[in-house]
Design a protein around this ligand. Structure first.
Ligand SMILES: [Zn+2]
Length: 162
């Protein structure tokens, strides 16, 4: 998040600073730091696939065989609470998790629900480009704009999920 290095997600592996950062963020949010929560964060941090809770569970139990799906759900909720991860919900009630901290857009496969990052720069002025008056008009109706999300819908032709 705060690093000024290149924006790639290449820094794999548990950097020693991760633990301090995760512990601090969890405690700030009033959540306990646990080894399970750290393992869930580490997996999410290196995954590029925006996994579901079930997928996180399948991956993390390779290292922590005793972890339960319920613990993974609670860990994910704690990470969201601590703003270390975002929960991407869908109309059908399914959710995926993302711990990339900067604003970015998503591609969503409408058949499988799979989500990937859109390789494009985030434009903070996009709403103004849609309509220069939009933010002011919404404010006048009693809605304060704090941000926006964008998902591009379609099909991943290379996807093996189905
Ligand atoms: Zn993402």
């Amino acid at each position: 998040m705060g690093n000024s290095n290149s924006h790639t997600l290449a820094s794999a592996g548990a950097a020693p600073s991760n633990e301090t950062m995760v512990r601090h963020a969890l405690e700030q949010a009033g959540c306990r730091y646990t080894a399970q929560r750290a393992a869930v964060f580490d997996f999410l941090d290196q995954a590029k696939s925006h996994p579901t809770a079930e997928e996180v569970y399948q991956a993390v139990r390779q290292q922590l065989p005793k972890i339960s799906l319920a613990t993974v759900y609670k860990a994910l909720e704690a990470l969201v609470e601590a703003r270390l991860a975002a929960k991407l919900t869908n109309g059908d009630g399914s959710a995926r998790y993302d711990c990339r901290g900067d604003d970015h857009y998503h591609l969503r496969d409408v058949a499988t629900g799979e989500i990937r990052d859109l390789p494009a720069d985030f434009d903070p002025q996009l709403l103004t480009k849609i309509d220069p008056e939009l933010v002011a008009r919404l404010a006048a109706t009693g809605f304060e704009v704090t941000g926006y999300r964008l998902e591009v819908l379609g099909h991943f032709l290379d996807s093996h999920e189905s």
